[in-house]
Design a binder for this molecule. Structure first.
Ligand code: HEC
Length: 258
Protein backbone atom coordinates (compact mmCIF):
# COMPACT_ATOMS: atom_id res chain seq x y z
CA UNK A 1 0.00 0.00 0.00
CA UNK A 2 2.74 2.42 1.02
CA UNK A 3 4.77 1.36 -1.97
CA UNK A 4 1.84 2.08 -4.27
CA UNK A 5 1.37 5.47 -2.73
CA UNK A 6 5.01 6.29 -3.05
CA UNK A 7 4.93 5.27 -6.69
CA UNK A 8 1.96 7.42 -7.41
CA UNK A 9 3.52 10.35 -5.56
CA UNK A 10 6.52 9.93 -7.79
CA UNK A 11 4.23 9.87 -10.77
CA UNK A 12 2.62 13.05 -9.53
CA UNK A 13 5.85 14.88 -9.06
CA UNK A 14 6.76 13.94 -12.62
CA UNK A 15 3.48 14.79 -14.26
CA UNK A 16 2.26 17.22 -11.66
CA UNK A 17 -1.47 17.26 -11.22
CA UNK A 18 -2.15 20.56 -9.54
CA UNK A 19 -3.47 20.17 -6.00
CA UNK A 20 -4.61 23.77 -5.85
CA UNK A 21 -6.74 23.23 -8.93
CA UNK A 22 -8.38 20.20 -7.33
CA UNK A 23 -9.05 22.29 -4.24
CA UNK A 24 -10.58 25.10 -6.29
CA UNK A 25 -12.83 22.71 -8.18
CA UNK A 26 -13.87 20.28 -5.46
CA UNK A 27 -13.21 21.65 -1.99
CA UNK A 28 -13.40 25.46 -2.07
CA UNK A 29 -17.21 25.62 -2.00
CA UNK A 30 -17.00 24.65 1.69
CA UNK A 31 -13.39 25.02 2.84
CA UNK A 32 -12.13 28.60 2.77
CA UNK A 33 -8.46 28.99 2.05
CA UNK A 34 -6.90 31.09 4.75
CA UNK A 35 -8.07 33.02 7.77
CA UNK A 36 -5.55 34.18 10.40
CA UNK A 37 -5.62 32.08 13.57
CA UNK A 38 -6.52 35.02 15.85
CA UNK A 39 -9.62 35.69 13.79
CA UNK A 40 -10.56 32.00 13.74
CA UNK A 41 -10.21 31.91 17.53
CA UNK A 42 -12.40 34.95 17.89
CA UNK A 43 -14.97 33.49 15.53
CA UNK A 44 -15.26 30.16 17.30
CA UNK A 45 -14.39 30.92 20.91
CA UNK A 46 -16.10 34.30 21.38
CA UNK A 47 -18.73 34.50 18.69
CA UNK A 48 -20.08 30.97 18.07
CA UNK A 49 -19.15 31.14 14.37
CA UNK A 50 -21.42 34.17 13.91
CA UNK A 51 -18.53 36.35 12.79
CA UNK A 52 -17.47 34.31 9.76
CA UNK A 53 -20.30 31.76 9.34
CA UNK A 54 -17.83 29.09 8.22
CA UNK A 55 -19.20 25.88 6.72
CA UNK A 56 -16.03 23.84 7.21
CA UNK A 57 -12.51 24.19 8.61
CA UNK A 58 -10.22 26.49 6.59
CA UNK A 59 -7.24 25.03 4.71
CA UNK A 60 -4.76 26.57 7.14
CA UNK A 61 -6.64 24.94 10.03
CA UNK A 62 -6.73 21.58 8.25
CA UNK A 63 -3.07 21.72 7.33
CA UNK A 64 -2.05 22.53 10.88
CA UNK A 65 -4.28 19.93 12.57
CA UNK A 66 -3.35 17.15 10.16
CA UNK A 67 0.36 17.74 10.74
CA UNK A 68 -0.18 17.79 14.51
CA UNK A 69 -2.48 14.79 14.77
CA UNK A 70 -1.46 12.28 12.12
CA UNK A 71 1.70 10.20 12.44
CA UNK A 72 4.78 11.69 14.06
CA UNK A 73 4.86 15.51 13.84
CA UNK A 74 8.62 15.50 14.44
CA UNK A 75 9.39 12.55 12.19
CA UNK A 76 10.14 12.13 8.53
CA UNK A 77 8.10 14.49 6.35
CA UNK A 78 7.68 12.08 3.43
CA UNK A 79 6.29 9.39 5.69
CA UNK A 80 3.97 11.81 7.43
CA UNK A 81 2.75 13.08 4.06
CA UNK A 82 1.86 9.52 3.08
CA UNK A 83 -0.01 9.03 6.34
CA UNK A 84 -1.87 12.30 5.89
CA UNK A 85 -2.76 11.36 2.31
CA UNK A 86 -4.08 7.99 3.49
CA UNK A 87 -6.13 9.73 6.18
CA UNK A 88 -7.62 12.26 3.75
CA UNK A 89 -8.36 9.52 1.22
CA UNK A 90 -10.19 7.54 3.86
CA UNK A 91 -12.01 10.63 5.13
CA UNK A 92 -13.15 11.71 1.67
CA UNK A 93 -14.66 8.29 1.02
CA UNK A 94 -15.95 7.58 4.53
CA UNK A 95 -16.38 10.86 6.38
CA UNK A 96 -17.17 10.44 10.04
CA UNK A 97 -16.70 13.10 12.70
CA UNK A 98 -15.56 10.40 15.15
CA UNK A 99 -12.34 10.17 13.13
CA UNK A 100 -11.84 13.89 12.96
CA UNK A 101 -8.55 15.62 13.68
CA UNK A 102 -10.26 18.94 14.38
CA UNK A 103 -11.12 20.31 17.81
CA UNK A 104 -14.54 19.04 18.99
CA UNK A 105 -15.62 22.59 19.97
CA UNK A 106 -15.09 23.69 16.39
CA UNK A 107 -16.58 20.60 14.77
CA UNK A 108 -19.84 21.18 16.59
CA UNK A 109 -20.50 24.12 14.23
CA UNK A 110 -20.25 21.94 11.11
CA UNK A 111 -22.27 19.21 9.44
CA UNK A 112 -20.42 16.03 8.55
CA UNK A 113 -18.65 16.33 5.21
CA UNK A 114 -20.52 14.58 2.38
CA UNK A 115 -18.73 11.52 0.96
CA UNK A 116 -16.74 11.87 -2.27
CA UNK A 117 -17.14 8.20 -3.16
CA UNK A 118 -17.09 7.93 -6.97
CA UNK A 119 -16.59 11.70 -7.30
CA UNK A 120 -12.83 12.03 -6.98
CA UNK A 121 -9.90 10.06 -8.42
CA UNK A 122 -6.90 8.75 -6.49
CA UNK A 123 -4.65 11.16 -8.36
CA UNK A 124 -6.82 14.08 -7.37
CA UNK A 125 -6.82 12.96 -3.75
CA UNK A 126 -3.05 12.66 -3.69
CA UNK A 127 -2.54 16.01 -5.36
CA UNK A 128 -4.91 17.85 -3.05
CA UNK A 129 -3.55 16.09 0.06
CA UNK A 130 0.01 17.07 -0.77
CA UNK A 131 -1.09 20.63 -1.43
CA UNK A 132 -2.95 20.82 1.91
CA UNK A 133 0.01 19.28 3.74
CA UNK A 134 2.48 21.84 2.42
CA UNK A 135 0.04 24.74 2.49
CA UNK A 136 1.61 27.96 3.72
CA UNK A 137 -0.33 31.08 4.59
CA UNK A 138 0.22 33.86 2.07
CA UNK A 139 3.25 35.86 3.21
CA UNK A 140 1.64 39.23 2.90
CA UNK A 141 -1.05 38.20 5.37
CA UNK A 142 1.52 37.20 7.93
CA UNK A 143 3.78 40.20 8.24
CA UNK A 144 2.08 42.99 6.41
CA UNK A 145 -0.99 45.02 7.11
CA UNK A 146 -3.78 44.81 4.57
CA UNK A 147 -4.82 48.41 3.98
CA UNK A 148 -8.21 49.03 2.39
CA UNK A 149 -9.94 52.22 1.31
CA UNK A 150 -12.28 54.04 3.69
CA UNK A 151 -15.50 52.92 2.02
CA UNK A 152 -14.53 49.28 2.22
CA UNK A 153 -13.32 49.79 5.80
CA UNK A 154 -16.79 50.97 6.87
CA UNK A 155 -18.36 47.81 5.46
CA UNK A 156 -15.73 45.49 6.93
CA UNK A 157 -15.76 47.21 10.33
CA UNK A 158 -19.49 46.71 10.56
CA UNK A 159 -19.42 43.13 9.35
CA UNK A 160 -16.50 42.03 11.50
CA UNK A 161 -17.15 44.22 14.55
CA UNK A 162 -13.81 45.98 14.22
CA UNK A 163 -12.44 49.48 14.67
CA UNK A 164 -11.22 51.53 11.70
CA UNK A 165 -7.67 52.85 12.03
CA UNK A 166 -6.78 55.62 9.59
CA UNK A 167 -3.09 56.34 9.24
CA UNK A 168 -2.61 59.89 7.97
CA UNK A 169 0.70 59.96 6.20
CA UNK A 170 2.75 61.76 3.57
CA UNK A 171 5.75 60.60 1.54
CA UNK A 172 7.98 63.46 2.72
CA UNK A 173 7.39 62.81 6.39
CA UNK A 174 10.41 61.24 8.01
CA UNK A 175 8.57 59.95 11.08
CA UNK A 176 5.88 58.32 8.93
CA UNK A 177 8.54 56.30 7.17
CA UNK A 178 10.07 55.32 10.50
CA UNK A 179 6.68 54.26 11.80
CA UNK A 180 5.89 52.28 8.65
CA UNK A 181 9.29 50.61 8.38
CA UNK A 182 9.57 49.69 12.04
CA UNK A 183 6.53 49.74 14.30
CA UNK A 184 3.91 48.82 11.73
CA UNK A 185 6.01 45.81 10.68
CA UNK A 186 6.43 44.39 14.19
CA UNK A 187 4.65 40.99 14.27
CA UNK A 188 2.80 41.82 17.53
CA UNK A 189 1.53 45.08 16.09
CA UNK A 190 0.50 43.47 12.82
CA UNK A 191 -1.29 40.68 14.71
CA UNK A 192 -3.24 43.06 16.96
CA UNK A 193 -4.22 45.38 14.13
CA UNK A 194 -5.20 42.46 11.89
CA UNK A 195 -7.43 40.91 14.52
CA UNK A 196 -9.21 44.00 15.87
CA UNK A 197 -8.79 46.88 13.41
CA UNK A 198 -9.34 47.69 9.76
CA UNK A 199 -6.35 49.76 8.63
CA UNK A 200 -6.76 52.56 6.10
CA UNK A 201 -3.79 54.60 4.85
CA UNK A 202 -4.42 58.11 3.59
CA UNK A 203 -1.47 59.67 1.77
CA UNK A 204 -2.15 63.40 1.95
CA UNK A 205 -0.10 64.09 -1.16
CA UNK A 206 -2.64 62.13 -3.18
CA UNK A 207 -5.84 61.87 -1.15
CA UNK A 208 -8.07 63.84 1.17
CA UNK A 209 -9.20 62.62 4.55
CA UNK A 210 -12.81 61.38 4.51
CA UNK A 211 -15.56 63.25 6.40
CA UNK A 212 -13.40 66.37 6.95
CA UNK A 213 -11.51 64.57 9.69
CA UNK A 214 -9.03 66.76 11.54
CA UNK A 215 -5.31 66.23 11.69
CA UNK A 216 -2.47 68.43 12.93
CA UNK A 217 0.66 66.54 11.91
CA UNK A 218 1.85 63.42 10.15
CA UNK A 219 1.68 60.69 11.05
CA UNK A 220 -1.63 60.82 12.87
CA UNK A 221 -3.75 57.79 13.70
CA UNK A 222 -7.51 58.28 13.77
CA UNK A 223 -9.63 55.51 15.21
CA UNK A 224 -13.30 55.33 14.22
CA UNK A 225 -16.23 53.08 14.93
CA UNK A 226 -18.10 51.41 12.09
CA UNK A 227 -20.45 54.44 11.77
CA UNK A 228 -17.47 56.73 11.18
CA UNK A 229 -17.53 58.35 14.64
CA UNK A 230 -14.09 59.27 15.94
CA UNK A 231 -13.11 57.20 18.98
CA UNK A 232 -9.64 58.68 19.41
CA UNK A 233 -7.05 60.71 17.51
CA UNK A 234 -3.39 59.95 18.20
CA UNK A 235 -0.77 62.17 16.59
CA UNK A 236 2.87 61.15 16.22
CA UNK A 237 5.14 58.19 15.57
CA UNK A 238 5.44 55.54 18.28
CA UNK A 239 7.71 52.70 19.28
CA UNK A 240 6.26 49.21 19.37
CA UNK A 241 5.31 48.93 23.06
CA UNK A 242 3.73 52.37 23.27
CA UNK A 243 1.79 51.80 20.09
CA UNK A 244 0.55 48.42 21.37
CA UNK A 245 -0.66 50.17 24.53
CA UNK A 246 -2.50 52.76 22.45
CA UNK A 247 -4.15 50.06 20.34
CA UNK A 248 -5.23 48.12 23.42
CA UNK A 249 -6.66 51.26 25.02
CA UNK A 250 -8.67 52.08 21.92
CA UNK A 251 -9.93 48.52 21.76
CA UNK A 252 -10.83 48.67 25.45
CA UNK A 253 -12.65 52.00 25.10
CA UNK A 254 -14.78 50.59 22.31
CA UNK A 255 -15.54 47.59 24.51
CA UNK A 256 -16.74 49.94 27.26
CA UNK A 257 -19.05 51.70 24.89
CA UNK A 258 -21.04 48.60 23.94
C1 HEC B 1 -20.02 20.27 0.88
C2 HEC B 1 -18.99 20.82 1.70
C3 HEC B 1 -17.59 20.22 1.66
C4 HEC B 1 -16.82 19.97 0.56
C5 HEC B 1 -17.15 20.21 -0.91
C6 HEC B 1 -15.57 19.44 1.06
N1 HEC B 1 -15.60 19.38 2.43
FE1 HEC B 1 -14.11 18.69 3.63
N2 HEC B 1 -15.26 19.05 5.27
C7 HEC B 1 -16.52 19.60 5.25
C8 HEC B 1 -16.99 19.74 6.61
C9 HEC B 1 -18.31 20.32 7.02
C10 HEC B 1 -15.96 19.26 7.45
C11 HEC B 1 -15.95 19.23 8.96
C12 HEC B 1 -16.79 18.13 9.52
C13 HEC B 1 -16.20 16.82 9.28
O1 HEC B 1 -15.03 16.60 9.66
O2 HEC B 1 -16.88 15.98 8.66
C14 HEC B 1 -14.90 18.81 6.56
C15 HEC B 1 -13.71 18.25 7.00
C16 HEC B 1 -12.66 17.90 6.20
C17 HEC B 1 -11.43 17.34 6.65
C18 HEC B 1 -11.05 17.11 8.09
C19 HEC B 1 -11.51 15.86 8.61
C20 HEC B 1 -11.27 15.96 10.08
O3 HEC B 1 -10.40 15.29 10.57
O4 HEC B 1 -11.97 16.74 10.74
C21 HEC B 1 -10.63 17.17 5.58
C22 HEC B 1 -9.20 16.62 5.57
C23 HEC B 1 -11.37 17.60 4.42
N3 HEC B 1 -12.60 18.04 4.85
C24 HEC B 1 -10.88 17.60 3.16
C25 HEC B 1 -11.62 17.98 2.04
C26 HEC B 1 -11.11 17.97 0.70
C27 HEC B 1 -9.69 17.55 0.32
C28 HEC B 1 -12.11 18.38 -0.11
C29 HEC B 1 -12.10 18.50 -1.63
C30 HEC B 1 -11.69 17.33 -2.35
C31 HEC B 1 -13.27 18.66 0.73
N4 HEC B 1 -12.92 18.41 2.02
C32 HEC B 1 -14.49 19.09 0.26
C33 HEC B 1 -17.24 19.99 4.14
C34 HEC B 1 -16.82 19.84 2.83
Amino acid sequence: MRYMLLLSLLYLSMFGMDGEEVYNKKCSSCHQLYIPVEILMKNFMDQNNRLLHLKAPTVNQLSYRLKQQIGDPKGDKDIQLMEVTAFIQNYLLYPDKQKSVCLPEILSYFDTMPSFKGKISDEEIEAVSEWIYFYLPPKKEVNKLQFVDYKKALILAKRLGKIIMIEVTSPTCHYCIKMEKRTLKEPDVVALISSDFIPVRVDLSRQKLPNNLKWSMTPTFIFLDSDGNVLKTVPGAWMKDDFLTILREVKQSKGDEI
